[in-house]
Design a protein around this ligand. Structure first.
Ligand SMILES: [Zn+2]
Length: 298
């Protein structure tokens, strides 16, 4: 994940599928390999403790992530920071990295859409209208969502300050979902990763020009606490998992400097969702607060 990205993401939940006691099915829809680090602890809990299934649809090929690959050059035996070399090799390297990380957090199937990862930009209009084949991506997403009947779709929250590709991937997810029949529609949340010490609260009411991204409440509705304690003397927490995942993205050399950052994964409820889903969503987040690790004394 690029240094400048705001650790925000969105979650989409289909109320029609999620029933009490049934393991949840999740589809992650993100732009770059490593964006999934923003909700890694939640994914881990879903796959390991709720026994749910999580798949990932990745929109770009990640080729623009060559700038901070210096320390990975020895590992991969190539001058990845040379733009031409990086752009050629990183799509394959980063697929391996995301799958190695995915093994840790429990991602099951990967759907690589390989749209061009151009460069860092705040502008999402250009990628949506000139770079990506959005018609094809939306159709692939539609097929996938209808076939797998996911309960949840996770994607990054499209705040103005986040990467244009993050915004664009989420907009495509929202457009795909809103075009489904009401009973097929997933429910959309946003999430921002924050520190407990944060005094300024992120406010997000929607991205200008994209009404589907509206969040009337302006704040997250649900939260997963990465710092919940367990293990010997309660010295472990879910940041360990997030750090393991970040460590797999070795070609993205600045990510490791952000290890241990982010105490909570905050979920935002997009207005396109049906409010009748809230009790089930509350139940879902309640189940994420429990852990099944046996208490051991030494
Ligand atoms: Zn990214």
């Amino acid at each position: 994940m690029r240094l400048l990205l705001s650790y925000c993401f969105a979650v989409i939940i289909s109320i029609n599928i999620l029933t009490a006691g049934e393991p949840p099915k999740v589809l992650i829809i993100t732009a770059h390999p490593d964006d999934e680090t923003g909700f890694a602890a939640t994914v881990y809990k879903v796959t390991h403790e709720l026994k749910g299934k999580v798949d990932l649809a990745l929109v770009t090929n990640g080729e623009a992530g060559f700038k901070y690959s210096t320390l990975a050059e020895d590992i991969y035996g190539a001058e990845l920071t040379d733009e031409a070399v990086g752009r050629e090799l990183l799509p394959t390297i980063r697929k391996k990295e995301i799958m190695a990380g995915g093994k840790i957090i429990g991602i099951h199937n990967y759907y690589f859409f390989d749209q061009k990862d151009t460069h860092y930009t705040l502008d999402c209009d250009t990628v949506l209208h000139q770079v990506w084949n959005v018609t094809w991506v939306r159709e692939k997403l539609r097929e996938l969502i209808l076939r797998e009947q996911y309960d949840y779709i996770f994607c990054l929250l499209p705040t103005p300050e986040t990467h244009g590709h993050h915004k664009a991937a989420t907009i495509l997810a929202l457009e795909t979902v809103s075009a489904l029949l009401p009973e097929q529609r997933p429910i959309v949340f946003g999430c921002s990763v924050t520190e407990k010490t944060d005094t300024t609260k992120t406010k997000f009411t929607g991205l200008d020009g994209f009404p589907l991204t509206a969040v009337k409440s302006g704040k997250p509705s649900f939260m997963f606490d990465r710092t919940q304690k367990f293990g010997y003397k309660d010295n472990l927490n879910y940041k360990v998992i997030v750090n393991w995942l970040i460590a797999e993205h070795k070609s993205q050399g600045t990510m490791q400097l952000a290890m241990n950052r982010g105490d909570s994964e905050n979920f935002w409820f997009f207005d396109i969702n049906s409010p009748t889903s809230i009790p089930k969503i509350e139940q879902f987040f309640e189940s994420l607060k429990k852990n099944n690790f046996k208490k051991k004394e030494y």
